[in-house]
Design a protein around this ligand. Structure first.
Ligand code: ZN
Length: 567
């Protein structure tokens, strides 16, 4: 259905936008008299067709069943959107043209609802929806060639046809209003096996390493905590301890400093927690929530030695339990690192690393796959056995990275994972400036994240940039120049994804790949091993207490504390 959207009743002809791509004539039928009228209109890159209607009541646009009704006797400007979208001025056969795309929207239950969701606003701007339902969750926007959501061009052909084959990556915008499931993605071999065994739940046979760049403050659980941290949490929270077998707890406390033993202990612990009978876990969860709630209340005096991360952890558990009542997955923050990253910061999740995104909006890029092994915080299919057996059990979180300047320009930040399928660039163009995006030997997809401006390409094509519009930059497309008018109030920012061109200089790594150099979790434990019985060599100053597993002269493990100096 054609949607006519009134811009303003007051704006006259002289204030209309300039003709950019040529004036056109449109025929409009009067609703009651069926009298036809030729009207003037113009078209911009969207294409949006604005019409001037001369004081009539109720129009049909040419060839359409119904449209907008109005009673305004004066001239009004209307935008005829979307159904006219095919009249766009680009040449899809030319390899020198930037091609507007129609991404695909996913309305998973965890999405942010209505216009608060960036996905909804972007979808509206890119013309794939006519209106935003305030009650509908808008979770993901997909740009790519994955069969579960292939992006199309405005003429109805597919991105895959335009590129000449499938793209190795899938580019997304994610708006998470509540937690996504606790999940991991299989490696290549794992994905092949799962796809053969269970094609209904594992839709393709590809691995799915993924990279997230925050658009808003973003909360996520990524990778296992260090075993020492988990040991402390077991001691402090008897309800969590009750969901784990004595054998697993013992192994955790007696693991010692060897990485291999720690991994074994962690695997046993995770397996034991995940296979805890529901009767036990739900009773313990209730007890835990009751206690945590009491401790959050104003008449409970916080012990001063309780570090802030523990309060953060308690709040996270309470919030997850509210979102997924009765799901023992709410205890996941006991096991997984809880991160908060700022806009522009990123992390990378390799295959077989557990994670759960909690809240916020991100740009996400991954290998072209939709394989998710879920274990909790979801009404969808859970596959605990596969999850337990596939994980790497490396500990500590991923590296968090705010990008590295690329092409000698610090307005182009690259986020490069150690995998060949993809990398992401975020390009910021300030008012009064212009930036030339280098010519790329691979096809790239880009989406405008914020601000407005325009692009000119060497082939003479000009496009207006607005948040949510997304495009294909064909392989070897003439270089593109972004420009922002000096009177704009903020920068134009676009995110661009393509096959990895900087494989030898990754900016991101997962916990398993960087070993002991990794981000050390909540406690920032020193990586060198302590000698038996010796006093910690950390300087004594006022700071938070951190635990460490020590052994006495008989070889028995006990948990000790040392102070982490305040930064
Ligand atoms: Zn994931």
């Amino acid at each position: 259905m054609l949607v006519l959207q009134k811009i303003s009743q007051e704006r006259g002809r002289q204030e209309s936008p300039k003709l950019t791509n040529g004036q056109r004539q449109f025929q409009i039928l009067h609703r009651t008299t069926q009298e036809s009228k030729n009207l003037e209109g113009w078209i911009d890159d969207r294409p949006m067709i604005s019409l001037i209607c001369h004081g009539h009541e109720g129009f049909y646009a040419s060839g359409e069943k119904s449209c907008h009704k109005h009673n305004n006797k004066r001239s009004s400007i209307y935008n005829l959107e979307r159904t006219m979208a095919s009249q766009h001025t680009y040449d899809s056969r030319s390899t020198k043209n930037v091609i507007p795309l129609r991404p695909v929207i996913k309305d998973y239950a965890w999405g942010i609802r209505g216009l608060d969701s960036r996905v909804a606003r972007y979808a509206l701007e890119s013309g794939i929806i006519d209106e935003v339902d305030p009650d509908c969750p808008y979770a993901e926007l997909w740009m790519g060639t994955h069969p579960s959501g292939p992006t199309t061009l405005r003429d109805g052909s597919t991105l895959e046809e335009a590129v000449g084959g499938p793209l190795p990556f899938l580019f997304k915008v994610l708006s998470a209003g509540k937690a996504l499931s606790i999940q991991a993605h299989p490696c290549k071999d794992g994905a092949k096996r799962l796809h053969v065994e269970n094609p209904e739940n594992y839709v393709d046979d590809n691995h799915k390493p993924e990279l997230a760049v925050a658009l808003t403050p973003f909360e996520a659980m990524c990778g296992f905590r260090r075993l020492e941290e988990i040991a402390i949490l077991i001691k402090k929270h008897p309800e969590f301890a009750a969901c784990i077998s004595d054998e697993a707890k013992l192994k955790c406390f007696l693991a010692g400093p060897k990485e291999e033993n720690k991994r074994d202990a962690l695997k046993m612990l995770f397996h034991s927690f995940m296979s805890c009978p529901k009767e036990t876990s739900s009773v313990q969860l209730k007890l835990l929530l009751k206690r945590l709630q009491k401790e959050q209340s104003c008449d409970f005096v916080h012990p001063h030695e309780e570090p802030p991360w523990e309060r953060k952890l308690s709040r996270a558990i309470l919030r997850l339990a509210q979102q997924f009542p009765g799901d023992s997955g709410a205890m996941a923050p006991f096991l997984l690192n809880y991160l908060l990253i700022a806009p522009g910061e990123s992390f990378y999740m390799a295959a077989n690393e557990p994670h759960a995104y909690v809240a916020g909006e991100i740009i996400e890029c991954m290998a072209c796959s939709d394989n998710v092994v879920r274990a909790g915080l979801t009404p969808k299919f859970k596959d605990v056995d596969n999850l337990v057996s596939m994980l790497t059990y490396s500990m500590g979180g991923p590296t968090i990275n705010a990008g590295t300047p690329a092409y000698g320009d610090d307005r182009i930040m690259r986020y490069t994972p150690p995998t060949g399928e993809f990398e992401v660039m975020v390009i910021t163009c300030n008012p009064g400036e212009d930036i030339t995006v280098p010519q790329l030997p691979v096809p790239a997809l880009f989406i405008v994240i914020e601000g407005s401006g325009n692009t000119d390409n060497d082939d003479g094509q000009r496009l207006v940039m607005r948040p949510g519009r997304c495009y294909l930059l064909p392989k070897d497309c003439p270089s593109l120049t972004l420009a922002v008018n000096p009177n704009k109030r903020g920068p134009l920012r676009i995110a661009l994804a393509h096959e990895n061109q900087h494989m030898d200089e990754p900016t991101l790594a997962s916990a398993a790949e960087i070993g002991t150099k990794q981000w050390a979790g909540e406690f920032a434990l020193p990586t060198e091993l302590r000698s038996v019985g010796s006093a910690p060599n950390t300087p004594r100053s006022s700071g938070v207490m951190s635990p460490i597993l020590n052994r006495n002269s008989n070889g028995e493990a006990h948990v000790g504390f040392y102070e982490v100096p305040k930064l």
